[in-house]
Design a protein around this ligand. Structure first.
Ligand code: GRF
Length: 194
């Protein structure tokens, strides 16, 4: 169960692999008075992830775990999260699949944002597939992470209309904009429902 004790912000970790626009957005959100989270730690499996520049800028502790041996990396990560008293993990463009064991240790406390309207278009290359299928709508989803890929309980979703002129790039851009609104909202919803 996720508890914010006496109005104190929940210590949160964000896991990234790339650009980190969601990380940037979540950090900004966490700095506002009304935010229920405090981002204490950023993890990346990629030392070249652009998002790491952002954690540096905001002086947030960050660490790289390459996941060349998943079980070893996850054990080290679990120890690290415990010592930092992390209560919530937000995946934000994190490209590694966490083990069942890891997810169990943070049951109901790992969130992910996916750039499609789940349960449709799980997995990778969502925008490409959505455009190929001539869908009229796509969007983004924040969900709890369980042991099946992109299949945990949905917290919030936002729909985006696709125009005939949309390309993979323009759709990605439109959806990212919505993601930046949706993720903080979903975090608030999850925490206030507990
Ligand atoms: C986002 O589209 C997110 O939904 C997906 O990966 C992308 C990450 O973008 N899981 P960014 O690194 O946060 O800019």
């Amino acid at each position: 169960m996720i508890k914010s004790i006496g109005g104190k912000k929940l210590d949160t970790a964000v896991f990234i692999s790339g650009n980190g626009s969601n990380l940037k957005n979540l950090v900004k959100f966490s700095l506002s008075k009304k935010s229920p989270i405090n981002i204490k730690f950023v993890l990346s499996n990629n030392k070249k992830a652009k998002g790491l520049n952002f954690s540096k800028k905001y002086k947030i502790e960050s660490k790289i775990f390459l996941f060349s041996n998943r079980s070893k990396s996850e054990n080290q990560i679990l120890k690290h999260l415990k010592s930092r008293k992390i209560k919530l993990i937000c995946l934000a463009g994190f490209m590694k699949i966490l083990s069942k064991k890891f997810i169990k240790r943070f049951q109901g406390k790992i969130l992910n944002i996916h750039p499609a309207l789940l349960p449709k278009y799980k997995g990778l290359n969502t925008h490409e597939r959505v455009i190929l299928n001539n869908e009229k709508y796509s969007g983004c989803t924040v969900h709890i992470v369980n042991s099946k890929l992109d299949s945990g309980k949905i917290i919030l979703q936002e729909r985006v209309k696709i125009n005939k002129k949309d390309t993979v790039q323009s759709l990605r851009k439109k959806i990212l904009k919505k993601e930046h609104i949706l993720y903080p909202k979903a975090i608030k919803k999850l925490i206030s429902s507990l």
